[in-house]
Design a protein around this ligand. Structure first.
Ligand code: PMP
Length: 335
């Protein structure tokens, strides 16, 4: 059981969750389903196809649409069965027996590194959650992982610092799963750095967590190698068509993002003394309120280690956020 993921990682299956969870703010999901007309269109495309045939081996039609979205060539794009698959694959590409991460961060980097038999070197984030001198710890590293905006702290990392790490030549996986909710992205660094792999996902701003589709944008050289080691047909036809339809109708994503950003700032204003500013669709909150909220039907993420006593709350719908804020006022005896 050495490699067992923490129970907390998959909150809805948490056997310790007792009673009804009415409000799920634990997995950084989008609180809105995709619009009905977009669903209908995806179903139409799916129905019109031959289900007895294997899909395109590398999901080329989806790669093309993603490339168009970012003004790149499809040779710079690889899609995966969720961003998670691409994290696992990126760890198989290069030489070296260790992976550099900066905690507190997304748990799957060290999970997949250990599965791969790799050492995990942690260069912990500073007190303000900015990167420490990561560039001084890259010797012999197979991969450096930087998450920006970082899960669970919500902050962006500093551009100059990311560039300093890239300039060492070490392969860098820059996880931008939450980039749509922030003002900045490091995508433009792709043109100057062949060693950069940027990870994105359809699970958050696009509201398609159920479809399990993620992608990386990287140099042709790295993309080619990723394609050569991944399982054939790794993204199933149905998910591929759903993601393509979402891209063709992506105006709904803009509406979701502005709603979430507005709600995020509203929550932050009300919790200013105990919440950290965030550039993502969640907030880190310095309150040990996990059990209190769960007893009231609200699931959030409980954090451990250095963030013991903190919770991570996903930005939900307005009424869900109101219920969260009300419960937190009660928790703090402010009624
Ligand atoms: N990176 C980060 C930082 C995440 O928080 C997540 C999802 N929780 C992922 C990657 C993976 O997302 P998915 O596999 O749903 O694409």
């Amino acid at each position: 059981m050495r490699f067992r993921r923490s129970i907390e990682e998959f909150g809805s299956y948490n056997p310790y969750v007792k009673g009804e969870v009415r409000i799920r703010l634990d997995k950084n999901e989008c609180p809105f389903d995709i619009p009905d007309e977009v669903k209908e269109e995806a179903l139409r495309r799916i129905k019109g196809a031959e289900w007895n045939r294997y899909p395109n081996v590398n999901s080329d039609s989806l790669r093309e649409k993603i490339a168009d979205l970012h003004g790149l060539d499809m040779r710079n794009v690889v899609v995966g069965n969720g961003g998670d698959e691409l994290i696992a694959l990126s760890l198989k590409l290069f030489e070296g027996d260790k992976v550099v991460i900066s905690s507190p961060t997304f748990g799957m980097y060290s999970f997949y590194s250990r599965l791969e038999g790799l050492g995990v070197v942690d260069v912990p984030l500073r007190e303000d959650f900015s990167l420490r001198d990561v560039e001084n710890h890259v010797d012999g590293a197979r991969l450096v992982v930087i998450c920006s905006p970082n899960n669970p702290t919500g902050n962006l990392q500093d551009r100059e610092h990311v560039e300093r790490v890239l300039e060492t030549g070490v392969p860098v996986l820059l996880d931008e799963a939450y980039a749509e909710f922030s003002q900045k992205s490091f995508l433009d660094l792709l043109s100057e750095h062949e060693n950069l792999i940027v990870l994105r996902t359809f699970s958050k701003a696009f509201g398609l967590a159920a479809a399990r589709v993620g992608y990386v944008l990287t140099s042709e050289r790295i993309a080619e190698r990723l394609l050569s080691i991944k399982s054939p047909f790794n993204v199933n036809f149905f998910s591929m068509k759903i993601a393509e339809t979402a891209l063709d109708n992506r105006r709904y994503v803009e509406r979701i993002v502005s709603y979430i950003v507005e709600e995020r700032e509203r929550i932050y204003e009300q919790l200013r003394d105990c919440a950290y500013p965030s550039e993502a669709n969640f907030l880190l909150v310095r309150l040990d309120a996990y059990d209190f909220l769960l007893e009231r039907g609200i699931a959030v993420r409980r954090l451990e280690g250095r963030l013991k006593g903190h919770i991570r709350v996903t930005v939900g719908r307005r009424e869900e956020n109101d219920a969260l804020l009300k419960a937190l006022r009660e928790f703090r005896g402010e009624r």
